[in-house]
Design a protein around this ligand. Sequence first.
Ligand SMILES: [Zn+2]
Length: 509
Amino acid sequence: MNYQSIIGLETHVELKTKTKMFCTCRNDPDEHHPNILICPTCLGHPGTLPVINKEAVRKTIKTGLALNCQIPEYSKFDRKNYFYPDLPKGYQISQLYQPLCKEGFLEIDGKKIRIREVHLEEDTGRLSHHYVMVAGTGHFYLNDKPKEEEVIEKPPDNEEYSLIDFNRAGIPLMELVTEPDLKSAKEARRFAEELQLILRYLGVSDADMEKGQLRVEVNISLSKTKKLGTKVEIKNLNSFRAIEKGIDYEIKRQTEILKSGKKVTQETRGWSEMKGMTIGQREKEEAHDYRYFPEPDLPLLHSKEEFINKIKAEIPELPRQKRERFKREYELDEKNVGVFVYNKNLGEYFEKVISELPPKIPKNQLPRLIKLATNYLITDLQGLLRGESVTGEDFLITPENFAEFISLIEEGKISSKIAKQVLEEMFKTGADPSHIIEEKGLIQITNEAEIKKIVKKVISKNPKAVQDFKLGKKTAVQFLIGQIMTQTKGKANPQIVRDILNKHLTKIK
Ligand SMILES: [Zn+2]
């Protein structure tokens, strides 16, 4: 029998609030000048007192409710004591005994992953290292994200130092702990991706992993029986890819240790993107190492039913519900639904476009229009947007104009080739599509007599291609259609061109 991996996640989320967790300093992740968003309270000066940020409490409860958690009537804060240079107070205010939310679940791909708790604490300052020792190697590297060539034996004189920025110290940090219900690296990644999406839908955090707003730690143990194996924690997983690769690596490493008859050490390991491996950092601390005790400066928190109900009413449609509704209402396939749900703004724009379609469309025509709109939004418009959003100031196409554009294609007034030109122009100027078509003379030629004239002309000018056709070369037809399209600047209706051309070619003996 193979070893079964048991995985749990601990996720830290920086909440989007105006001010810090226990003081009135701004919470601004875009402030790049160090040590200016600070005050005596978040620097832990003697005599200062913390005040709980209500907005942070509200956002944590909102997250808990969206994750099907229970919200206990009372919760409280505790002190977690430890010394580290990024922690000015010498302790962190956190919640150990009575968290704000507990016992929920998040469903991914039909499987419920239980959430043990969601609690609230404060973030630490940010250390930036210059020449730092790579754990376990005895070598040094430059800055936070080393390149292979920067790894050296010994730093130059006076170059071995670290800087500290306390702007981040005291920012509201939500911690979400799962039960060990995950079985594979892929599942863990899917969980983190879905959680990120939910946090963004709720508006509680931008949850940008690169900026450290969403940080995932993994607990993993291997066992052949129901009894849990020794737990190893992996930190420093800065991307979804790192989560997946880190877990896969750790499963392999622990399997090899166990197969050779040795024991896995309980420890914290860091993921090294550069080396593609986890590296031992320190032996894992237990809760008692932190000498937790109730925070004496803060009162017990009472979450009244009315307060909770008000938050509940603010929860928007969540990704999973939206997926189901989009499939049901618009009959879209999984892939397109995925794009509209992940790209929330584009999904909302899509719905506005559909609602702007002419009201009297025959029922059998609607699915075709929806499909056209989906394709042009996901492929062509996203291409033009180049990563920008439809909610950006520079985006000029109104849903009404986009709906008209789709109708023009469906009615055959513009060919798909011309449609690309029209869309580009709409994107540049925001003009309405029928105006663009008229002004630039782009209306599709559907007049058969007119097309016939051009077909005859092209046939008489290309005797070689006609000869090839008679010899059975299929590509000759494509060549002739190309010639006709060039003559009409792409405006001829392709189906009519094909029909008339075939008719004429078969007539030639
Ligand atoms: Zn402060």
